[in-house]
Write a protein of this length. Structure first.
Length: 241
């Protein structure tokens, strides 16, 4: 019988993840494991899984100079343009959420979104500049301020803008996790604590190719002077095969 993801042990050999355990886990023994610490960013495009979409940006998506531990920045400015910064796998969808997938990442919203600015972070289907048009997704969202929201969509069951009760500061790093162990009840965590627990994030309607998703991080806004910057320290995804 296949193990559940919660049974994979971390690097110490004696810890498993629960809502009350340590904030960061590695699960290096998972059958499928992806990890990027952003020590470099040479892998964009043909050299690796990551690709970018950049619309009207003054500053391209890239590494933070001397960013401790390796950091990647997605940012836009106060110009009154519709702007988008997207980090994704170029629609090469390789993460099968039916295999008890988990995505975990350490992120900091270093410039809180204003006006129409929004930030999304998680797994998704094919890219669309209109985030509401993505048919399959599970992500954390910041929509015009520092209040963290949780969302999921499985083409039928659509949970939008569910409050997590967590409001972040621009100076803070947090570890975010989305656990697909049970597709009928996908779980969201911030710093090891379950959030938006009053909502059942049911993604059980996914079938066939819809089950295969990609890591997806986006900062976007309409044609206004809104601001927003997302820093990523690491991204991990693990699952059964």
């Amino acid at each position: 019988m296949a193990r559940t993801i919660a049974e994979y042990i971390g690097p110490t050999g004696n810890q498993t993840f629960t809502e009350k355990s340590s904030r960061e886990t590695v699960h290096a023994m998972a059958p499928l494991f992806f990890y990027d610490d952003f020590f470099s960013f040479h892998e964009v495009g043909s050299l690796g899984p990551w690709d970018v979409v950049e619309v009207n940006l003054n500053t391209a998506i890239g590494l933070v100079a001397d960013g401790a531990g390796g950091q990647l920045s997605l940012a836009f400015d106060a110009d009154s343009n519709a702007e988008d910064a997207v980090l994704f796998f170029s629609d090469q969808r390789v993460i099968d959420v039916s295999k008890q997938a988990v995505i975990e990442f350490r992120a900091r919203v270093s410039v809180l979104p204003t006006l129409t600015s929004q930030i999304v972070m998680g797994l998704a289907g094919d890219h669309d500049l209109d985030k509401d048009a993505l048919l399959e997704s599970a992500w954390f969202k910041f929509d015009g301020d520092g209040a963290a929201l949780a969302e999921s969509d499985d083409t039928t069951n659509n949970n939008d803008d569910k409050a997590t009760g967590v409001t972040v500061l621009a100076t803070e790093w947090h570890i975010y996790r989305i656990d697909f162990t049970n597709l009928a009840d996908v779980k969201f965590f911030i710093d090891g604590a379950g959030v938006a627990t009053g909502t059942t994030f049911d993604m059980s309607n996914l079938a066939g190719a819809e089950l295969i998703l990609q890591p997806y991080f986006s900062v976007d806004k309409g044609a206004d002077a809104g601001l927003g910057t997302l820093l990523l320290d690491f991204v991990k995804v693990w699952s059964n095969r």
